[in-house]
Ligand binder design. Structure first.
Ligand SMILES: [Ca+2]
Length: 501
């Protein structure tokens, strides 16, 4: 792209330690004179203007695609389901997901889909708002044990302190549900929300501040959505003030599946948007005995099996009500898997691919080509503009959106411009590479680790497992992406970690 070639023409200004963090939490560019800084900034701004112009041009052509009248939308956001934790990927023996595989066969699968964060809350906030966690100031999972306790533990003995983050999704943010309501959609939220305050430490029922629940963010119905990031128990009684207890021992995922079916039945005569966000497959690892038995004692696989059965229930209900052709089904996970994610490196909580690359399927019979695949990188800020596009609303109407519509990919009619996608995760984790920021553009991925001041550059087309750090052999590419990442962090006024004095 022309814009980035311009960036490449600037002299190498940085050798190592491209980021410097001062006590005012702002990024300083070091090893450069003011004059050179100004040159870089003006070149990057010019590049940004050009790339925005390209995207805008592309989106204008998207709006010319004839959109059908108000299809139903079911957004399935599973919790912690890894890239290789689905049968159709064929990476793990023993995982059987026939119903999820059928969605893959009936529509488009994305090989390079991402969560904007390696943990729950920021990704969920980005789906709801179409904004990056760095813009929302909601970059961390909202801790169940309270932010103060969390920070005390995480900042113990580290060089950098965790950056500031919000403990709820502010009500003044415009959500996809709020917009769809204005278009006549019935809206339902069933499952985990995790955007409503400091988790379980303050409460025995998951309700910290009910004002922050889905009902006040555009959803007509909320079953299960509160401050909890994980269930107290998958078996009733649930200790969750937003879902009534069932019979003793009822399994939560089965119950939420039943509630999803009920919502579909109740709203079959009008367009509906159902966000089905089961708590599964997040810990605690608990599953019905029969599912554990069917999975040779593997409780995690049993949870995936049970998830699949419940998705099958939803698809059967759509079939029974003759709604398959008028319903778009999106299947997605909010971050990488907690266990190994072959062939990817890393797990949930890390900025390696295993922490952020996730399964994504989109099915819409007669509209999306059966059994198709897209390798274009997509991230969770893209859902909001894409859903708008799918229901015939021009995404450009909403200036706050930071992603782009990938409807052209679904239609198989256009490609979308190569654009950078970003991560800002200024938080310590025990699982591996964290406390950093990253950018993916085309086949390239660059990561900067704040705590260790380490840089990584990977060619994901040749090295999906991130084994060969190319920073030394390709310094120009590393520099280009580093500059672009730093520029973006400034643009969104990202909260940065401070020195831990
Ligand atoms: Ca999660």
């Amino acid at each position: 792209m022309k814009a980035y070639r311009l960036v490449l023409e600037v002299p190498i200004l940085f050798k190592k330690r491209m980021f410097s963090i001062n006590k005012f939490s702002k990024i300083k560019i070091i090893n450069a004179s003011k004059m050179k800084k100004l040159r870089i900034i003006s070149v990057v701004i010019l590049g940004y203007i050009i790339s925005v112009a390209m995207i805008t041009k592309n989106e204008a052509s998207v709006s010319n695609i004839e959109a059908p009248d108000h299809p139903n939308i079911i957004m399935i956001s599973v919790d912690d389901l890894g890239y290789s934790d689905v049968g159709y990927m064929n990476y793990k023996a023993g995982i059987l997901t026939p119903n999820i595989d059928e969605i893959a066969e009936s529509g488009m699968q994305f090989t390079d889909a991402y969560a904007v964060a390696p943990v729950c809350s920021p990704t969920r906030a980005s789906i709801m708002t179409g904004k990056y966690p760095a813009s929302l100031k909601l970059t961390c999972h909202i801790p169940g044990n309270g932010i103060e306790n969390y920070l005390e533990a995480k900042n113990d003995g580290t060089k950098l302190k965790e950056a500031y983050f919000e403990n709820h999704l502010p009500l003044n943010e415009i959500t996809i549900a709020e917009v769809l309501k204005t278009k006549g959609y019935a809206t339902g939220y069933i499952g985990k929300w995790h955007l409503a305050g400091d988790g379980a430490v303050h409460t025995s029922d998951g309700i910290v501040n009910a004002n922050y629940h889905p009902e006040n963010q555009g959803f007509d119905v909320n079953i299960g959505g509160c401050a909890y990031g994980k269930p107290e128990s998958y078996f009733s009684p649930y200790s969750n003030g937003t879902v009534t207890d069932g019979p003793q021992g009822e399994y939560l995922t089965n119950r939420l599946g039943d509630e999803a079916i009920k919502f579909i039945e109740q709203n079959k005569a009008q367009p509906f948007f159902l966000s089905f966000a089961p708590y599964t497959v997040h810990k605690p690892l608990q599953a019905p005995a029969s599912d554990i038995e069917n999975n040779n004692g593997n409780v995690y696989f049993a949870m995936i099996d049970n998830l699949d059965q419940n998705i099958g229930k939803i698809m059967d209900k759509l079939d029974e009500l003759n709604l398959l052709e008028s319903t778009i089904v999106i299947f997605y996970s909010d971050n990488g898997g907690l266990f190994e994610n072959p062939p990817l490196k890393g797990i949930k909580g890390t900025l390696n691919e295993g922490g952020i690359r996730v399964p994504l399927l989109v099915s819409w019979p007669n509209n999306i080509k059966v059994g198709s695949t897209s390798c274009t990188p997509i991230t969770s800020v893209d859902f909001f503009p894409t859903i708008l596009d799918l229901v015939g609303v021009n995404p450009n109407t909403y200036n706050q959106l930071e992603g782009i519509s990938f409807l052209p990919l679904l239609k198989g009619e256009l490609s979308i411009s190569e654009r950078p996608i970003y991560w800002h995760f200024p938080h310590h984790r025990n699982e591996g590479l964290s406390m950093g920021a990253a950018i993916r553009k085309g086949k390239w991925k660059y990561i900067y680790e704040f705590e260790k001041e380490e840089e990584y550059l990977y060619n994901l087309e040749e090295d999906i497992a991130e084994q060969n750090n190319l920073v030394v052999t390709n310094p120009l590419k590393a520099e280009e992406l580093s500059i672009q990442l730093q520029q973006w962090l400034k643009e969104v006024d990202a909260e940065m970690p401070e020195l831990n004095d």
